[in-house]
Design a binder for this molecule. Sequence first.
Ligand code: BT5
Length: 322
Amino acid sequence: QSETRKQLLKLFTEAGESFLSGQKISEQLGCSRTAVWKHIEDLRKEGFEVEAVRRLGYRLKQMPDKLNANELQLGLKTKRFGWNVYDQESVPSTQQLAHQLAHEGAEEGTIVIAEEQTAGRGRLNRSWHSPKGTGIWMSIILRPSVPPQQAPQLTLLVAVAVAQAIQEVTNIVPDIKWPNDVLINGKKVVGILTELQADPDQVRAVIVGIGMNVNQTQFPSDIASIATSLAIETGRTFHRPKIVQTLLQKLEQLYEQYLQHGFLPIKLLWEGYSVTIGQQIVARTLNGAIRGVALGITDSGTLKVQTEDGAIHYVYSADIEI
Ligand code: BT5
């Protein structure tokens, strides 16, 4: 049953815009025309839009905008990322489940993804608004062999992957605000949360949470002035599984580059998207505010700020105001 369904979807996606005759499908799948028709009805019930035209046959017009393993893996071009998927309707936080899976030894590239989070969170336990069916709420498990001090590099790497994916699907070049915000027109479209499971000298797992606002057309009043979505910025809606696929592909590419060549190439790409560098900023840290010019990022991913007295400060974690 599910094998036939897979084969049928494969035929449809390979055919693209062209029609497939019922005859051809039944030959390829090795089942009767009636069975083909039944499979197509099943797909329709799942939300696939299948067009049927007399004499021409069938073609797939629209896939369901559902973030489940089936949709995510159909046509996925990565080697490892996204092939082990925990898809959930509703969870408190995908980070929580990903942490648990990482503890249990889940392989690198495992993702947890949900249609809704009821207790989505940002840094410092701030909450992350994650309404049902409109955004991408996902955590991915990485296992780089690096010391914990290098983990901030991964936040920047993920931000670059997110920016590249947004650029590819929308043609908009987003901005990155150090360390973990991706912005369009000055408003936050993506937040990234990087958490570690580590020994003193070695990372065991990095749990990267990515929250992307995709098809929302409005936000609650407390974040309405600072948040945006791809739909708001472009005036159209997006097929979320396609975005996840693009994102996983960019992420895997950059990650492999990082493992092979280190942080430098990633740093250069990051600087290309950055709106922080060269600006007069206020960095609000847990130990108070630092006012100055953001000179750049170091090779480990920390922010270098020069205050008026000429002193250089290294900022590991902060909220930045530009
Ligand atoms: C972040 O924190 O930006 C990291 C957000 C990570 C969310 C993902 S979703 C999947 C995974 N599972 C989780 O539970 N979390 C991760 P931070 O820089 O601390 O920003 C948090 C602030 O962003 C909040 O205090 C709000 O002001 C604002 N905010 C909340 N929800 C937002 C949204 N949907 N879009 C834009 N801004 C939002």
